[in-house]
Design a protein around this ligand. Structure first.
Ligand code: EPU
Length: 429
């Protein structure tokens, strides 16, 4: 088990390059199995969830290589559309193999998805979509088995009760190779949904309207290999924007799409953080005392739930009281116990956290309980007075590429530890 040791109190200064979007990459790499040739995907982040998915795709029989952000997947050798390995249960993105394999083979068996424990995560909308496309679905012994009743998926109209990212992408993938037109009403509009649609189209699919209130997919006979580069990670970029704010620093965060960051930038500005936008970069710095604000998480283009813990950490050290309302994963507040150990004043009532800013946080030993909770603890540790040890680094490694290197290059005193021993150098200031 590895930990992060952080000695807080250093205002971060410098530049950070954002990696490719984990949640886009998970879907796009799974979607590569829709065709029988070799896809080349660039800007793939080197994070644990991606490695787990790639292992799963390889275990299906595909040939997979990964080198410096470039993944090559040749799915021609897949014989059985069955992803039954236990380790696939660890990640959420495994469910994308269901849509992709179903599209190509008209049947699929995939382990029930896992992922971060951030509250109830049903997949009823995925199942409803596959059934509407003409499939029979059985969930038993921890597996989801899906089969096209007439050996053919049939295009149809699907209305999603919730604008689920996973269900939208899964249905979109399967419908690419269905007969006729499929429409998805009330789809998710997150940037990675659009990225997946663009990748599908690059393989010859006919998907229109991704990012709007209605997606139309005209089924095609087959898809062909393509080369594609994944968009930058909105949440990684947002996390580093908060890192600049919480440490009173000055960071230029490069390789991002400012449009994707609008909700995050707007809330930082409301807190009196300075945010300057460039074509593909954002500078974030602090030149006055920060103040509290109210945030409610929503589907895109609203404020992302995956930035909720990081913002709550920031709210805990600014002047005044802030209110954080979580409306996507309503019980995503388990990490606040850990922030309290560092001196934060947070009261949680149902899906709302009331955060009273304190003068300073103090370093402590804390546990990451999920990916974004872990990111929030890193941010708190960077701001805190003294030393923090963050346990369960494996959660943070699921979604942040080389987090300690990126932060230490900007002056953070942060180091990876393994069984109590340091694995790198603390940067001295
Ligand atoms: N929902 C349903 N039924 C469904 C699917 C979802 O009721 O069939 C509900 C969920 O319970 C939740 C809401 O719809 O309240 C949104 O869930 P969604 O399906 O959009 O989330 P997801 O696909 O399970 C992805 C990301 C999450 C991110 C959410 C929301 C991946 C692998 N995961 O999860 O990312 O929080 O979308 O944007 O793409 C993370 O990266 O840390 C992370 C948790």
């Amino acid at each position: 088990m590895e930990q992060l040791k952080i000695v807080g109190g250093v205002p971060l200064k410098g530049e950070i390059e954002v990696s490719g979007a984990k949640n886009a990459a998970l879907a796009i790499l799974a979607a590569a199995v829709l065709n029988e040739g070799q896809c080349v995907v660039d800007n793939v982040p080197d994070v644990l969830d991606i490695r787990t998915l790639l292992r799963g795709i390889e275990d299906l029989g595909a040939s997979v290589s990964y080198c410096r952000g470039r993944v090559k997947i040749d799915a021609g050798s897949i014989k059985r559309p069955v992803a039954d390995r236990d380790y696939m249960h660890k990640i959420r993105g495994s469910y994308y193999l269901l849509g992709a394999l179903l599209g190509r083979f008209k049947e699929a068996e995939v382990v029930m998805p896992g992922g971060c424990a951030i509250g109830s995560r049903p997949i009823d909308q995925h199942i409803k979509g596959f059934e509407a496309l003409g499939c029979q679905i059985v969930v038993e012994h921890g597996m989801i088995r899906a089969k096209a009743i007439d050996k053919q998926l049939i295009g149809t109209n699907i209305y999603l009760d919730v604008a689920s990212v996973g269900a939208t992408i899964n249905i979109m993938m399967a419908a690419c190779l269905a007969k006729g037109q499929t429409t998805i009403e009330n789809p998710a509009k997150e940037p990675h949904v659009v990225d997946v649609a663009n990748f599908l189209n690059s393989m010859g699919a006919n998907v229109k309207g991704a990012g709007t209130d209605m997606i139309r997919i005209e089924g095609v006979e087959r898809l062909s290999p393509s080369q594609y580069a994944i968009i930058p990670d909105q949440i990684e970029a947002g996390t580093y924007m908060v890192a600049a704010a919480i440490t009173g620093g000055d960071l230029l965060i490069k390789n991002l799409i400012p449009k994707h960051m609008e909700a995050i930038s707007a809330k930082l500005q409301e807190m009196a953080v300075q945010v300057e936008e460039y074509d593909d970069a954002i500078r974030v710095y602090v030149n006055q005392p920060l103040k509290g604000c109210n945030v409610k998480t929503l589907f895109y283009p609203g404020f992302p739930t995956d930035m909720q813990p990081q913002f709550t950490a920031l709210m805990s050290v600014v002047n005044g009281t802030s209110v954080m309302t979580e409306s996507v994963f309503v019980s995503r507040f388990q990490y606040t116990d850990e922030l309290r150990r560092m001196g934060a004043d947070i009261k949680v009532e149902a899906n709302t956290a009331i955060v009273k800013g304190v003068d300073e946080l103090t370093g402590a030993e804390v546990k990451a309980k999920d990916l974004r909770a872990g990111a929030a603890l890193v941010l708190a540790g960077l701001a805190a007075n003294g030393e923090s040890i963050i346990h369960h680094l494996e959660y943070i490694d699921r979604g942040y590429e080389h987090i300690e290197h990126k932060l230490s290059a900007c002056g953070a005193r942060i180091i990876r530890m393994s069984e109590g021993k340091e694995k790198g150098h603390l940067q001295l200031v």
